[in-house]
Design a protein around this ligand. Structure first.
Ligand SMILES: Nc1ncnc2c1ncn2[C@@H]1O[C@H](COP(=O)(O)OP(=O)(O)OP(=O)(O)O)[C@@H](O)[C@H]1O
Ligand SMILES: [Mg+2]
Length: 269
């Protein structure tokens, strides 16, 4: 077990991409949703996935942690590597340990704030002190001071922004290498959303973050790299492709493609 962990850690330290996607296509019941995606997602940076509704951002994000496997009728082709290992050949439990996910709507368990973090630790056989990890994770998301006196109260009583920070803390407690987030701020007010942006800007020093967002200002504030997906039409069907990938400044200020320019400027006017 120790040797395995060491292998994982030393591999992550080398400057290889966190994810390598090669010609990934995903279809639902025979309808192609996203096609031919090839990209390297760098480690310890924040990559934002942007693009119009239905272009396949959530589909691609789910393929990075094997959540599409749970959808009946899904067909996946191509290859995804997680730190050079074939993600689709790894055990799902290993993928879920290494890659955390935070969803659009905060989804704490209907249990106490404490249990929201402790439960996952126990299920995963965490050997350290659970109290310490609960505190550390809540500190990491700057929620500790707000909740330390009511750890036993129900997490559903927290505000939306606090619930989302709790969900991020719950993911962090399991010590993943990567955290995926699908529109993590879309259900939050601008102040709560800004707090999450600040948090993500800090977390990206230590974790690889991949964040879907419709908010281009947010992408500009938090992203290092931006992947712009666009919709295409063929024979009356709509499917997504990766139109452009590059550093945030390039995608927003000097896009290589007209379609990227049109998208980022239409939204910011
Ligand atoms: N579980 C599913 N079953 C069938 N089709 C699906 C499923 N999930 C997504 N799709 C289809 O795949 C395509 C891409 O959807 P996806 O949710 O990945 O887009 P998105 O870019 O995340 O959109 P949005 O910005 O609206 O969230 C759409 O045509 C959608 O209808
Ligand atoms: Mg989506």
């Amino acid at each position: 077990m120790n040797t395995q962990m060491n292998e994982v850690r030393s591999e992550s330290e080398v400057n290889i991409p966190a994810f390598r996607l090669e010609n990934m296509s995903i279809a639902y019941s025979g309808n192609v949703a996203v096609s031919g995606v090839t990209v390297d997602i760098p480690q310890k940076q924040l990559t934002a996935l942007i693009g119009p509704s239905g272009c396949g951002k959530s589909t691609i994000l789910r393929s990075l942690c094997r959540l599409n496997d749970l959808i009946p009728g899904v067909e996946i082709s191509g290859r995804v590597e997680l730190f050079r290992q074939d993600l689709r050949q790894m055990e799902a439990i290993t993928v879920h340990r290494r890659v955390g996910m935070v969803f659009q709507r905060p989804n704490p368990f209907p249990k106490s704030i404490y249990e929201n973090i402790a439960l996952g630790l126990r299920v995963n056989g965490y050997r350290g002190k659970i109290d310490e990890m609960v505190e550390r994770s809540l500190q990491q998301v700057a929620l500790w001071d707000e909740v330390k006196d009511r750890l036993r109260s129900n997490a559903l009583n927290l505000s939306g922004g606090q619930q989302q920070r709790l969900c991020i803390a719950r993911a962090l407690a399991l010590q993943p290498e990567v955290i995926l987030m699908d529109e993590p701020c879309s259900a939050l007010d601008p102040i709560a959303s800004l707090r999450i942006d600040n948090l993500l800007n800090q977390l990206k020093q230590f974790y690889t973050l991949v964040v879907v967002t419709h908010n281009l200002q947010q992408a500009a504030r938090i992203a290092d790299q931006v992947a712009f997906f666009n919709t295409n039409r063929a024979e009356g069907r709509i499917y997504g492709t990766l139109a452009e990938f590059g550093p945030v400044v390039q995608v927003f200020s000097e896009p290589q493609k007209q379609e990227t320019y049109d998208y980022v400027n239409a939204r910011s006017n």
